[in-house]
Write a protein that binds this ligand. Structure first.
Ligand SMILES: Nc1nc2c(ncn2[C@@H]2O[C@H](COP(=O)(O)OP(=O)(O)OP(=O)(O)O)[C@@H](O)[C@H]2O)c(=O)[nH]1
Ligand SMILES: [Mg+2]
Ligand SMILES: [Zn+2]
Length: 312
């Protein structure tokens, strides 16, 4: 029998039951079965594969099956929702996370934004913050939030899928990269993607449909190649987000604004929660740290301690 070169491919779509793969050198996306052994190897993961994963494939008369997942360059993940404490992989081997938040509906949440930024920092993936629906907010509200994130040197863009503000800049930013669009349900991820390129044709929420209907418009993560080069992964919006796996002691490292002034704290082991000689309250007074950011830190730290044990 002739030697058959190993068949490899990239995962382009994942939902709860099945996934799709693009075999290398082929043009057609194929449904693929996840081998049972993959679940055993990654029993702490909600799904053994994520969009962007490189995999070994086998082709049988029943179709393609995924035999193995290659080591990942990076993995963007979250804690599973509900009582489930497993890791939920969201996207693998990406160049950047485009974190979409918005004004109007759903209202901008500093805590949600900061939780996602912490997760991208922990995963060592660059994040780009997109503040969408600027047509829905007053200029001073927009400036207040933009200023907070500019202060921590967070790259950001103001956009509106309604007026196309910022869409050209967003398109430039995606060029040649693999980007994952992530954010709460209804912030406009799919609407923005449809403006980036004619013909993506991603389903978006009807204007009349209520955000509280309990349904997400995008129900699976899927990768779309871009004509200009690169690709984007659209993801189902979430209602809440918690970072997975960050040791509570490490959280302060993922708040660049806190780390930048922590040298002023009396003790190196200061976790900025009322310890003697903590410099953070003074830094807030002086406008070096925004109060919302500090509140996020305290809240996220409490959540991580509840999950992974208190700092002693
Ligand atoms: N006014 C205004 N409405 C917008 C803007 N962007 C999106 N929308 C509307 O917001 C709603 C939600 O948009 P989607 O693109 O479906 O949001 P999504 O983030 O993909 O939501 P999920 O798929 O559930 O995660 C739709 O009714 C859009 O028309 C914007 O910039 N301004
Ligand atoms: Mg969507
Ligand atoms: Zn401190």
């Amino acid at each position: 029998m002739d030697h058959v070169p190993p068949l490899t491919g990239t995962i382009v779509r994942v939902d709860s039951r099945q996934c799709e793969v693009l075999p290398d050198g082929q043009e057609k996306v194929q449904p693929a079965l996840m081998r049972g052994k993959l679940f055993g190897e990654r029993s702490n993961d909600k799904s053994p594969v994520a969009v962007g994963d490189r995999v070994d494939l086998e082709e049988t008369n029943l179709g393609f099956s995924i035999e193995a997942v290659h080591p990942r360059r990076n993995l963007f993940s979250r804690r599973s929702a509900g009582g489930d404490t497993r890791r939920q992989p969201l996207a693998a081997n990406v160049d950047q996370v485009v974190l979409v938040a918005c004004f109007g509906t759903p209202p901008f949440s500093s805590l949600m934004t900061d939780r996602i930024l912490v997760a991208t920092s922990f995963a060592d993936i660059p994040a780009f913050l997109v503040l969408n629906k600027v047509d829905q907010a007053k200029r001073n509200k927009i400036e207040e939030i933009a200023t907070t994130y500019r202060q921590i040197n967070q790259p950001l863009l103001l956009t509106s899928a309604a007026t196309c503000e910022g869409v050209d800049e967003l398109r430039d930013l995606l060029n040649g990269k693999l980007s994952v669009f992530y954010g709460l349900s209804g912030v406009g991820k799919s609407s923005l993607l449809n403006l980036i390129e004619d013909g993506l044709g991603i389903l978006t929420r009807e204007v009349s449909a209520s955000l509280n209907s309990g349904r997400h418009t995008t129900t699976y993560a899927r990768r779309y190649p871009l004509q200009a080069g690169g690709a984007v992964i659209d993801t189902p919006g979430v209602r809440s987000f918690k970072p997975y796996g960050i040791p509570p002691k490490e959280l302060r490292l993922h708040f660049p604004d806190l780390s930048a002034v922590a040298g002023g704290c009396q003790f190196h082991s200061c976790y900025h929660r009322g310890e003697p000689g903590c410099y953070i309250p003074a830094a807030i007074e002086q406008g070096l740290i925004f109060e919302t950011r500090y509140r996020s830190y305290v809240q996220i730290l409490a959540e991580l301690e509840e999950e992974y044990g208190a700092i002693r």
